[in-house]
Design a protein around this ligand. Structure first.
Ligand code: CDP
Ligand code: CDP
Length: 240
């Protein structure tokens, strides 16, 4: 099977990371969580006291920052961790998963100069194909020519509940109402921003997984990938 580029976009808690990882591992593809890059940069900005609205300062920070994503260890995988994140060589896998960092990421993600730096890195990482990349603008901006684009949706209530359960498992003291508020606020900012807003690409398949688990959703996407591959192989065969 030739190696496709698969773009999965969608709002917070729609299941992108879980589903993208399952799809990548079933197809033997790379997996890249672009949101982890925005989160890692937000963590650095928060730690260094860089204002989250400061365009030039944040662009400089993005250029000076080295973010690396790696597969989880077996033990991390058991805890539900989908990838390891390193910020300037230091592991920040857990530190970037707080509501504060999520909000910070969504604020600096509105800045065009910051996006330019991270998008260029994502394009370099996915240049060879054979990758499942997930985020907000993968099908619209990062890989507009991706062979398969999925827009993953689920109701805000179920998305907040999924995130809340994760906080519960980590004994974090946050109510479901607070998580729902965080998710709604971030979705609104992500959908309404001027640069690369969260929007379904015209050619993306809309998958609503409100009533599906991650494994079922992944099976559906794997089926779509095989179908897309057959179409591309048939089209290549028809060429003179
Ligand atoms: O990456 P994104 O924010 O879109 O979502 P995620 O981190 O993959 O999923 C959030 C939580 O929802 C995880 O704990 C998943 O296991 C869970 N989930 C689910 O229960 N049902 C799905 N169909 C997808 C994800
Ligand atoms: O896991 P969850 O869906 O909650 O968020 P994430 O994918 O880790 O992304 C965190 C934030 O980064 C989002 O709320 C977006 O503002 C931003 N982001 C983006 O703008 N573009 C991307 N390709 C990925 C994330």
């Amino acid at each position: 099977m030739p190696k496709l580029t698969i773009a999965i976009d969608g709002p917070a808690g729609s299941g992108k990371s879980s589903v993208a990882r399952l799809v990548a591992s079933a197809l033997g593809y790379l997996y890249l969580d672009s949101g982890a890059m925005y989160r890692a940069l937000a963590l650095k900005a928060l730690d260094h006291g860089v204002p989250l609205g400061g365009e030039q300062e944040l662009a400089r920070l993005a250029n000076e920052t080295h973010i690396e994503l790696k597969p989880p260890t077996a033990q991390q995988e058991k805890l539900g961790i989908k990838n390891r994140v390193f910020l300037d060589g230091k592991e920040v896998t857990e530190n970037i998963r707080t509501p504060e960092v999520a909000q910070g990421a969504s604020r600096l993600a509105t800045i065009a100069l910051v996006r330019e730096v991270l998008v260029a890195e994502q394009q370099r990482a996915g240049a060879g194909g054979g990758i499942v990349m997930e985020g907000r603008d993968i099908g619209t901006v990062v890989f507009p020519k991706a062979e398969l684009k999925i827009f993953l949706e689920a109701s805000p209530e179920i998305r907040a509940e999924r995130r809340w359960k994760e906080h519960q498992e980590k004994d974090e003291n946050i109510t479901l109402a607070q998580v729902l508020e965080e998710v709604r606020e971030r979705d609104k900012r992500d959908r309404e921003r001027k640069v690369s807003p969260l929007v379904r690409a015209n050619d993306a398949v809309l998958v609503d997984n409100t009533a599906m688990d991650a494994a079922e959703t992944a099976r559906l996407i794997i089926m779509l990938a095989h179908e897309r591959d057959r179409e591309l192989t048939a089209a290549a065969g028809r060429k003179p």
